[in-house]
Write a protein that binds this ligand. Structure first.
Ligand code: HEM
Length: 447
């Protein structure tokens, strides 16, 4: 059956494989979720109630009040810090279900519906969706470039990029901070690391933004079609780009990945595209949310901004505190790889545990006065926003650097920065941030 490619439909007939993929990945979950929500299942209620998209935090409180691990019909859930950390670090858990998760015929339908051109960030062989030994192999190939020491070498260039973007914002009041700054800084930095030319930034940003709901489960078919088209487009662009780098290698990570000589290290085409695509998309679809959310918090807490003006050495800690309180990634999940026990409760092999990182970060047992934004907070850096265990974010040091330089430079350059309207939040559940944030760079009387 013909499929769509990019945004163009190859055949006017119904793309049965895409519909099947949606039904298996999202449709079944939607139907089961709606039934479970009617019975009062907490996680299903979260998935079905749009109020929690704007503000999931009261929900996490409900989960924590119900117990450290709450078993439901779709998944077991936790918003408790120690339980989230234990699950994420445990060898009893894996990412993605194992092969015998689905009964025979269903497994065969899934395999048939799979489309190599539509593999997203949480589909194998993405690093996020595989376990050792594959995970170890992919991670080893890329992690050297993102160590804190290596990332420190990007400081000067990151500062130059930030300064240039801030120059361009001058005199454009009111200006959308997300479109003109928060989005552009991370994409420019990760593109230099990976070897993506500036003229392609707008294209990858568009695909990344349209494809971001791929992290959410339970999409409507309409939303899934849009996401699927974006992933097709992104994969097509990526294939061409990697081919270009194969013929014209440069001094960048993707050029090195396409040129790997060692038989044991070399990545096949799907692995290469999954690794490159994840690094690129994770590199710009997350930090944008840190910059947007932290800016709002700082503007809403002028006393904390004043503390930073007094003592700029606190900027890195302010970034940690913003990551804790308004994490750009709110949740993740793991499957039990064997029968096991969590928080004193037995879980059978194959059970799914959803870890609400955004809830763990506000656990009053770990963070005193957890809902307050306090740039001097001693243990702000203990947050779980970058996850924990073997999948802990590869790009954490880079995100921290971009957060520190991006925010400090913005507030230094525009000391009168102010919100110029209500802004619009992203509607994704896993990713949390702002889609639009109108600001004024100059005080009103001077404007
Ligand atoms: C504030 C910004 C960021 C946040 C909040 C964030 C968050 C996360 C989280 C929560 C995970 C693990 C998910 C899980 O355990 O299931 C992760 C993994 C990952 N992140 Fe980030 N990330 C950010 C920035 C970046 C950047 C800048 C890069 C660019 C290199 C990046 C690349 C990755 C990769 C490749 C993985 C997969 C690691 C693995 O599976 O071993 N991230 N990130």
């Amino acid at each position: 059956m013909p499929e769509t490619t990019g945004t163009a439909r190859a055949h006017p007939g119904v793309p049965v494989r895409r519909l099947t993929r949606w039904a298996l990945m999202h449709g079944v979950v939607r139907a089961a979720g709606a039934r479970a929500a009617r019975r009062g299942d907490l996680h299903a209620t979260f998935m079905n109630d749009d109020r929690y998209r704007a503000d999931p935090f009261p929900y996490y409180e409900q989960v924590r009040a119900r117990g450290r691990l709450v078993q439901g019909s779709l998944a077991s859930i936790t918003a408790s810090y120690d339980v989230c950390q234990d699950v994420l670090r445990s060898d009893d858990f894996r990412v993605g279900p194992d092969e015998d998760f689905l009964p025979g015929p269903l497994g065969r339908i899934v395999a048939w519906a799979r489309d190599p051109a539509s593999l997203g960030p949480i589909d194998p062989p993405s690093m996020l969706a595989v376990n050792p030994p594959e995970h170890t192999k992919y991670r080893r190939l890329v992690s050297k470039v993102f160590t804190p020491k290596a990332v420190e070498g990007l400081r000067t260039r990151t500062q130059e990029i930030a300064d240039d973007l801030l120059d361009r914002m001058a005199g454009r009041d009111p200006v959308d901070l997300v479109q003109s700054y928060a989005t552009l800084l991370p994409v420019a930095v990760i593109s230099e690391v990976l070897g993506v030319p500036a003229e392609d930034h707008a294209t990858v940003l568009r695909f990344g933004h349209e494809g971001a709901p791929a992290l959410d489960v339970g999409l409507t078919y309409r939303d899934y079609r849009r996401v699927d088209a974006a992933i097709h487009g992104f994969q097509a662009w990526l294939g061409n780009h990697l081919e270009h780098l194969r013929r014209n290698p440069g001094d960048n990570l993707l050029s090195r990945l396409v040129q790997l000589e060692d038989e044991g290290q070399r990545l096949n085409d799907a692995e290469l595209r999954a690794t490159a695509g994840l690094l690129l998309a994770a590199g710009f679809e997350t930090t944008v949310n840190l910059l947007g959310s932290a800016t709002v918090m700082l503007l809403e807490c002028p006393d904390q901004l004043a503390v930073l003006r007094e003592d700029p050495s606190l900027w890195p800690n302010a970034v940690e505190e913003a990551l804790r309180l308004e994490g750009p990634v709110q949740l993740t999940g793991r499957f039990a790889d064997r029968d096991t026990e969590v928080a004193g409760q037995r879980l059978r092999k194959g059970s799914l545990v959803i870890t609400y990182l955004g809830g763990a970060n506000r656990d009053p047992g770990v963070f005193a006065d957890p809902t307050r934004f306090l740039v001097r907070r001693k243990n702000a850096r203990d947050h779980l926003t970058f996850s924990a265990g073997r999948h802990i974010c590869v790009g954490a040091a880079l995100a921290r650097l971009e957060g520190e330089i991006g925010l400090r430079s913005l507030f230094d350059r525009y000391p009168d920065l102010a919100l110029a309207g209500p802004g619009r939040r992203r509607t994704t559940r896993v990713l949390r941030g702002w889609e639009q944030l109108p600001v004024r760079t100059r005080a009103l009387q001077q404007a």
